[in-house]
Structures are given as structure tokens and as C-alpha cells.
Design a protein around this ligand. Structure first.
Ligand SMILES: [Zn+2]
Length: 266
């Protein structure tokens, strides 16, 4: 139990760093210098103002000097990252699964970055996705090394296939829907997000992610329409839906497939 609490705290600290990346990477700024500062008054933040989640609560969501509201995204990213560090530990709890744990946690952190940067700026940062694809391929290469013969497709081959098929499918969907709608229907970055999901989750996980992403995206669209936050035909970034689809596939792939098979064998 104690190690889960420690993982959560460590995760929130990493989440704090992800917040900095979400702010700076799409602006092309360095993530090392300068030190964290208030975007309103540029005042350098003191160490006690950098405590994940708590600093936000203590300051009641405002800068103490310029009174500018601090985005709810800051505590949210810290909380979500902390929770992901814990949830992934449930999946890979044995000491021998340490490598799986580290790579999977990196994957979820990259997805957090992609999700919030796409939501705020409608861009996908190339280096994040390309770095993620490399990590995914390395993980599945390691998995493939000890893969017994005759137990299905080698994870590395599945990852390479997933990466290529994910990219190609979204390329086709984008081309066809852009042709029908006569405007850009999907960002180019979304193709790379699909490739990233394939490189980590393999071809089956990639297909499941896409399927779930369309479901999540549709649901989000309906909710936004109902609450009049969006107009019909407005551009909705598909990247965040892909991220949610990918996370659902990562954690529930086995359950969803079992449920689906059950559905047809009643
Ligand atoms: Zn300020």
C-alpha cells in the first residue's frame, strides 16, 4: 500500500513537469530553462508553490501576486498522472515486470501530453509522437525476444503492423472525409497518434483504440452540442479521442474483447 502512495506522489511530481511541457513544447520553448513562472506576472514560483495539487488548492486557483486565475488543467494533469502511475502498477505489479511498468508509464505520460496539447492548441508535437513510437517499438522488441514460438504473432511484428496500419487507415479516412466535406476533416497529427498507439498496443490494440476513439469522439460531440459548447460541423480535435481510446484499450483490451465475443455466443 505504501509503495502505491509513493508512486502516486511521484506521479503527481511528474505530472507537474508534464504541465510545464504542455505549456512550453507547442510554443517551441525550452523545458529546462527558465524556471517555472506565473504566465501572468512572470514572477518565479517558489518551491512551496510547486507542490503538486496542494499549491493550487492553497492558492485557491489564483496567482498570489497578479491574481490571475491558474488553469484547472494544472491540478488535473497532476492528479491524472498520479493515478496513472498507480493504475499501471496494478497491471504490472511483479518486480520482473519493471521494464513493462516503466515503458507503459512513459506511454501514458506521452498520451497525457498529446491529449492536453491537442485540446488547448490543436497541434500535435512531432517529437512527442516520434519519441513515443520509438519507445513503443523498443518495448515490443524486448517482449518479442522471449516470445515463445507458436503462441501467436510476435509483439514486435504486431507493433510494426499496428503502426503502419494505424497511419494508413487514418490517412484514408482523412482523405475520404476531406473529399466529401470539401475541407480538412482531420489534422495530420492524428495519423501519427494512430501510429503511436499501434507501436505500443500492437495491431489489435490499435484497431480497438480507433473503434473506441470514434465512439468517444461521437459521444463528446453530442455532449458538446447538447450543452451548446459546439456548433454542428465545428472542428473537433480527434486527437484527444484517440488518446482516450488508446488508454481504454491499454487497460481493458482483454475485458472488451471477452465481452464482445460473449455478445455473439449467447
Ligand atoms: Zn502572477
Amino acid at each position: 500500500m505504501l509503495y502505491l502512495i509513493l508512486l502516486f506522489i511521484f506521479g503527481t511530481v511528474i505530472g507537474s513537469f508534464l504541465n510545464l511541457c504542455i505549456h512550453r513544447l507547442p510554443r517551441g520553448e525550452s523545458i529546462i530553462k527558465p524556471r517555472s513562472h506565473c504566465p501572468g506576472c512572470n514572477r518565479i514560483l517558489q518551491p512551496w508553490e510547486l507542490i503538486p495539487i496542494f499549491s493550487y488548492l492553497l492558492a485557491q486557483g489564483r496567482c498570489r501576486y497578479c491574481d490571475q486565475p491558474i488553469s484547472l488543467r494544472y491540478p488535473l494533469v497532476e492528479l491524472v498522472t498520479g493515478l496513472l502511475f498507480v493504475v499501471v502498477a496494478f497491471r504490472f505489479s511483479a518486480f520482473s515486470q519493471m521494464v513493462e511498468y516503466i515503458f507503459t508509464v512513459i506511454f501514458t505520460c506521452l498520451l497525457v501530453l498529446v491529449f492536453f496539447i491537442d485540446l488547448e492548441k490543436q497541434v500535435v508535437v512531432d517529437n512527442i509522437v516520434l519519441g513515443g513510437i520509438s519507445f513503443g517499438l523498443v518495448l515490443n522488441y524486448i517482449r518479442g525476444l522471449s516470445w515463445p514460438d507458436g503462441s501467436g504473432i510476435n509483439p514486435f511484428i504486431s507493433a510494426v503492423l499496428g503502426m503502419i496500419i494505424g497511419y494508413v487507415i487514418l490517412y484514408l479516412i482523412r482523405a475520404i472525409s476531406s473529399f466529401i466535406l470539401k475541407k480538412e476533416a482531420m489534422g495530420e497529427g492524428d495519423l501519427f497518434i494512430a501510429a503511436l498507439l499501434g507501436a505500443y498496443l500492437g495491431w489489435q490494440g490499435m484497431f480497438l483504440s480507433l473503434f473506441l476513439a470514434f465512439f468517444v469522439g461521437g459521444l463528446a460531440g453530442v455532449i458538446l452540442l447538447v450543452f451548446k459548447k459546439a456548433k454542428l460541423g465545428a472542428y473537433l480535435p480527434f486527437g484527444p479521442s484517440l488518446v482516450v481510446g488508446g488508454l481504454l484499450a491499454l487497460f481493458f483490451q482483454a475485458q472488451i474483447i471477452a465481452w464482445y465475443i460473449n455478445l455473439f455466443s449467447l
